[in-house]
Design a binder for this molecule. Structure first.
Ligand code: MN
Length: 404
């Protein structure tokens, strides 16, 4: 079956990436295995890999699997992966195919459902299967889409949960937010990216070949280079309270932010305001007793990536702010490429946090207030700070009375 992997190998330079090349023999199993890898590449996605005919059939699930049967997820078919990929966790260097951090998010066994063989079901474009993993269970279907918007270059499927004992009626993505650590190492994405913490426990590889696993931690690649150069940034909060010391608070740890939607034309009529669509990282700032956390729109804790912004914010009163971190070009316009460069070089002191909404002020939940009122409160809160810029106007639209 090695020929199935030629596309996989053609896309990768194994001198540069620590991903397995498929050379290692993986024990056969009397049950078919699956893994899901959370992959923070140019766009965060979850790679679903189902063992079949000696390889992993693979799909990049754009928003991650949903447990809600009404939550259909785009699953882009990608090249077959070698079975030893099922133990890979680490960082693919920037500039390489799929550059970014990979976490082993779930793994276990799968079986086909219905009378067709899995090969027949895949050919038909209607592939029902049951997962038995640590985090995902029960029946799913992959349905191939008839009209491929990408012009046939990629094959798009939908991943849909079937109704069963493991499905939910709402909040189908909650399972993703509840499980932010590796199923194999217990590490967060940040820990994996920095090459810290435990190595993943192998699943595909027998104990006898665990040695090979040493090659796959972050001893090579971007994160390792940064460690060697001593470029690892230090956490901004040295005075991190333990959970015992931490006072109870009405402020949630994280509020899932409202995301942009694309419309044909801007809404008209009264009751809308227009804002800039920043080209940066959407970041939720939470300040409590001077301790600042900066979380991505998915709730990943990226505080350590922006030490200057974190320390600037430590002087503001307890609050949760919605905003975006940007790099600015010489004209003062957000420049996403410059932001990525700044991040990869840990040169984040010049970045700017654009604060555009105030969700909590102290214990007070402001989400029921009108947006314009929250912006007024935000402006008042931030008037003392020169390092955080406040922008209230320009070209995306939000209803002025909208709740968060
Ligand atoms: Mn991927």
């Amino acid at each position: 079956m090695a020929d199935n992997l030629s596309r996989y190998r053609a896309k990768r330079d194994f001198k540069k990436t620590a991903e397995p090349s498929g050379e290692v023999d993986v024990r056969s199993s009397n049950r078919r295995r699956f893994v899901i890898q959370k992959h923070d590449a140019s766009r965060l996605h979850y790679d679903l890999r189902l063992e079949l005919d000696g390889v992993f059939k693979s799909w990049a699930v754009t928003r991650g699997p949903s447990l809600d049967p009404s939550g259909k997820r785009l699953a882009v078919e990608v090249e077959d992966h070698p079975l030893d990929y099922g133990d890979f966790e680490g960082t693919i260097p920037k500039g390489q195919y799929g550059g970014g951090t990979v976490m082993l998010w779930d793994r276990g066994y799968w079986e086909t459902e219905g009378n067709r063989t899995p090969e027949e079901a895949l050919a038909k474009g209607d592939f029902k299967f049951r997962l038995e993993g640590d985090r995902l269970h029960g029946s799913f279907v992959l349905v191939r889409m008839r009209n491929d918007r990408d012009g046939g270059k990629r094959t798009n499927w939908l991943l849909i949960k079937h109704h069963d004992a493991f499905s939910v009626d709402e909040d189908g993505a909650a399972v993703l937010e509840k499980n932010l650590k590796s199923v194999a190492s217990g590490r967060t994405m940040d820990a994996i990216a920095s090459g810290n913490g435990r190595k993943p426990k192998p699943f595909m590889l027998s104990e006898a070949v665990v040695e090979a696993d040493a090659v796959w931690d972050s001893s090579q690649g971007l994160a390792a280079e940064e460690r060697k150069d001593g470029r690892n940034i230090k956490p901004i909060a040295s005075k991190k309270p333990t959970s015992v010391e931490r006072p109870s608070s009405a402020m949630p740890d994280f509020i899932a932010p409202q995301l942009c939607e694309t419309l044909d034309r801007p809404p008209s009529g009264k009751g809308w305001i227009h804002e800039i669509k920043f080209d940066g990282y959407r970041i939720q700032m939470r300040v409590e007793n001077g301790e600042v956390t900066l979380k991505t729109r998915k709730g990943l804790d990226w505080t350590k990536k922006w030490p200057a912004i974190g320390s600037a914010a430590s002087s503001i009163p307890d609050c949760i702010i919605d905003g975006e971190i940007c790099a600015l070009d010489e004209n003062g316009a957000p420049d996403f490429a410059a932001l990525q460069a700044a991040l990869s070089e840990n040169k984040t002191d010049e970045l700017v946090y654009f604060a555009f909404d105030l969700l909590f002020a102290g214990d007070e939940d402001l989400r029921d207030l009108e947006l314009t009122e929250r912006k007024d409160r935000l402006a008042a809160l931030l008037s003392m700070l020169a390092t955080i810029r406040f922008f209230a106007s320009s070209n995306i639209s939000r209803p002025a009375g909208m709740r968060c």
